[in-house]
Design a protein around this ligand. Structure first.
Ligand code: FAD
Length: 434
């Protein structure tokens, strides 16, 4: 890419793990000038769900850089060594690293990279025919040839929810620290976030008098894990997936849901054991588990809430609660700052950026003005897109596309993996015709 010193090659919007990986891998690339902007004053990672004992669902080796460049200085292992923690960490023999420690690692990367700027809210992005212009709270921040959109998904709150101090999305659970002692609490959503909140509520000394956990799923399903399942979180599988027809992709995504959205067995067992103790050893009761229920309404009822749900047997139930916590997931949306470009962007069915080769958003702008979409490719690129497994791989692909030259030897050959996926045989033909 030709270099004009006044114009940044790549401006990244948002510094979550995904743009951070891009920033870390870009750091070692000569001739590329990148800048990343985060509205928060310092790096944090879902602080409202940062329970002391929450653990990562992915290996610490799937960090910002290691899967494509293990020699990069911004690896998790180098974080341990730099903090004189390597031997202590190994001796602790953790099965999985805590989210707290992985957040410390990412904060070390984010604040160590000169390209990462905090307290930098991007309000608006436009394109003047030559370059993207990024506007902040106090005017233009930078001009860039390319942008990467890493603003993350937003919490999903059903329309009409009477949001307030006692009714909110779980993403802010710890920040809000709701008063629950002796009250009736309902947690909506049977995924890992719901489970972690339920576990925290059960462990409180002054916990709720009544706790209802409601899930649309037919049971509180565990995460599906293991070597064979993990094969769908490999670059080779990603290629196979992208070659499938849309209707097949849709079916496959539904089939694969529990490989990323189920409960970790550790959390599920801990919840169950606490309920068992409470019910049978302490004789306290007060906990109701209600899977197979779809919430159909939630309204204020005096100082409390009335929640209606439809069961799998098509019966309507009404649940009364003083506090309602929604663990209802996240949605990928177009960030507001891209509003000036919105009419020019192609979108997927959920409003996400439509992605093509190298995670480029499809738009009517010049070919040499790429908009890279991070965390917009669950439908187009597969189940691994919203999590960390393929993050470094995606970053490397984007940087090679941006630089227009090979940068990472790991990318020269897509590892075949240990499973012969249908469609994999056509990969070479696809590459030839691309
Ligand atoms: C509780 C929780 C635990 C998870 N654990 C794992 C796990 O163990 N393993 C795994 O693989 N995945 C995990 N995930 C899924 C996934 O890895 C994370 O959601 C990840 O944070 C997604 O990264 P991101 O960079 O897309 O977005 P985010 O982390 O949401 O970061 C986006 C950033 O952009 C900033 N921003 C937004 N708009 C602007 C703007 N206009 N200007 C400037 N800054 C802006 C935001 O402030 C934010 O910091 C977890 C998700 C959650 C919710």
């Amino acid at each position: 890419m030709a270099h004009d010193t006044n114009i940044t090659d790549l401006a990244g919007i948002g510094i979550g793990p995904f743009n951070l990986s891009l920033a870390a891998l870009a750091d070692g690339v000569s001739g590329l000038c990148c800048a990343f902007f985060e509205r928060k004053p310092a790096f944090s990672w879902h602080p409202g769900l940062a329970f002391a004992d929450s653990t990562m669902q992915t290996s610490y080796l799937k960090d910002m850089v290691t899967p494509v460049q293990p020699t990069n200085e911004w690896s998790f292992l180098n974080f341990l060594v730099s903090h004189q923690r390597f031997y202590d960490f190994m001796a602790a023999r953790f099965d999985t690293v805590s989210r707290q420690e992985f957040t410390q690692y990412m904060a070390w990367v984010a604040h160590g990279l000169p390209a990462c700027q905090f307290d930098a809210n991007i309000r608006e992005v436009d394109h003047d025919g030559q370059s993207f212009r990024l506007w902040g709270d106090n005017g233009e921040i930078t001009s860039a040839r390319a942008i990467s959109v890493g603003t993350g998904p937003v919490p999903y709150v059903p329309e009409g929810t009477p949001v307030g101090p006692d009714c909110f999305h779980g993403i802010s659970y710890l920040n809000r620290a709701p008063a629950v002692a002796g009250r009736r609490v309902a947690v909506i959503g049977g995924g890992q976030t719901g489970a972690e909140i339920v576990l925290d509520l059960l462990g409180k000394r002054d916990g709720p008098a009544e706790l209802t956990w409601l899930s649309r799923r037919s049971a509180f399903w565990h995460l599906q894990e293991g070597g064979l399942i993990d094969q769908i979180y490999t670059p080779g599988y990603g290629e196979t997936y992208r070659a499938l027809p849309l209707d097949v992709q849709t079916q496959i995504l539904a089939d694969q849901k529990l490989s990323s959205d189920g409960l970790t067995p550790e959390t599920a067992d801990a919840v169950y054991q606490m309920i068992y103790r409470r019910q049978h050893l302490e004789g306290r009761g007060g906990v109701t588990l209600r899977p197979g229920r779809t919430m159909t309404g939630l309204r204020k009822n005096g100082p409390a809430f009335a929640l209606t749900a439809r069961s799998a047997a098509d019966e309507m139930e009404v649940i009364h609660a003083d506090v309602v916590i929604l663990a209802t997931g996240f949605r990928t949306v177009l960030p507001e700052c891209l509003a000036p470009l919105a009419p020019r962007l192609e979108r997927g069915p959920a409003g996400e950026l439509k992605l093509a080769h190298a995670y480029r958003a499809v738009w009517d702008g010049p070919q040499d003005a790429p908009i890279y979409g991070l965390n917009h490719g669950r439908r187009s690129h597969g189940i691994g897109d919203p999590q960390l497994s393929l993050t470094a791989w995606r970053s490397a692909m984007i940087l090679e596309d941006l630089a227009g030259r090979p940068l990472f030897s790991a990318l020269r050959e897509v590892p075949a993996g240990l499973v012969d996926w249908a469609g994999a045989a056509t990969r070479d033909e696809m590459r030839i015709s691309a």
